[in-house]
Design a protein around this ligand. Structure first.
Ligand SMILES: C[S@@+](CC[C@H](N)C(=O)[O-])C[C@H]1O[C@@H](n2cnc3c(N)ncnc32)[C@H](O)[C@@H]1O
Length: 275
């Protein structure tokens, strides 16, 4: 019913205003459908009656605020996720990166780090890791802590190993980690060239000029105007002829920057800034 929907939208908006005031994190321009599902789950799991009830709880309970913030962000990730994407990086992007004396890369929205370790492995195999620096950022300090540790569940390694081989991996994947009964730890040298830090794509400015930016499966959760602002940030942050890698459902085609990029691979969403 339109009246009910309007009320739900208003309640959600008030809740997100409070989240913003109390944490500094602004989710008000995230996609409504995803927010709605996530807040509904938080209502159920906190045993509150509805969005207003959850809102009231947030005002007096700091833990409920932290919990809601964790619920509002999706951290799903995998090593060599979409192996074809990493194949395109290896075959079409890295040969260009090799022509630079020093290479800066930015993984924006890196979650728990699987994408960063994948990129680092690829750069090592291509012999350029030593002159690369990867800046790996996320909104959430919790996930960055896990990324820095480089510890991942052993159970995921079969899938990651398969992805790695499909992405053109050169050695047995197990060469990159040591395992115990439940987890694996990735080799230290893979993070020697990585700087992990918080950066919020909603509110923080550019902090360097990059030859490659990966921002995959992050903007899909943003409304159009916010996507547009993040595209402006990336465009400003790329050197001319720098590369941009997006997720499978993300594009530059519908933004004001569509004419600023050549498409390197349409399926894998790899673009190159031309102006
Ligand atoms: C679905 S994960 C994607 C991880 C990885 N890029 C991949 O494709 O596998 C989205 C990540 O974006 C982060 N994120 C969401 N909003 C953000 C923002 N405003 N600024 C920076 N990171 C954000 C989330 O915390 C989450 O870790």
């Amino acid at each position: 019913m339109p009246g009910d929907e309007e009320k739900e939208f208003d309640d959600l908006r008030l809740l997100l205003d409070t989240v913003h005031q109390r944490s500094g994190l602004d989710f008000r321009e995230y996609a409504f459908s995803s927010l709605r599902r996530r807040v509904a789950r938080a209502v159920r799991e906190t045993g509150t009656e509805n969005v207003s009830g959850l809102h009231l709880r947030l005002k007096s309970d700091g833990q409920a605020l932290d919990y809601l913030i964790r619920q509002l962000t999706v951290h799903t990730t995998a090593m060599f996720r979409d192996p074809g994407f990493f194949r395109v990086l290896r075959e079409q992007v890295v040969p260009v990166l090799k022509t630079y004396p020093f290479v800066r890369l930015w993984v924006a929205g890196c979650s728990t780090g699987e994408e960063v370790y994948s990129l680092s492995i690829l750069l090592h195999e291509e012999g350029i890791a030593e002159r690369c620096r990867i800046y790996a950022t996320d909104l959430s300090e919790n996930v960055l802590e896990r990324a820095r540790a480089g510890v991942f569940p052993l159970a995921a390694m079969q899938e990651y190993s398969r992805n790695y081989q499909l992405a053109g991996g050169r050695v047995p994947f197990s060469d990159y980690f040591t395992a115990d009964t439940e987890s694996v730890i990735f080799r230290r040298h893979l993070r020697d060239n990585v700087v992990f830090g918080t950066h919020n794509l909603v509110s923080d400015a550019s902090f360097n000029e990059f030859h490659l930016i990966l921002c995959r499966n992050v903007m899909i959760y943003f409304q159009r105007e916010l996507q547009e602002r993040v595209h402006a940030l990336f465009h400003d942050s790329l050197v001319t002829f720098g590369f941009l890698g997006l997720g499978r459902s993300e594009a530059v085609r519908f933004t004001a920057y569509r004419d600023c990029y050549d498409t390197i691979d349409a399926k894998e969403r790899v673009f190159r800034k031309i102006k």
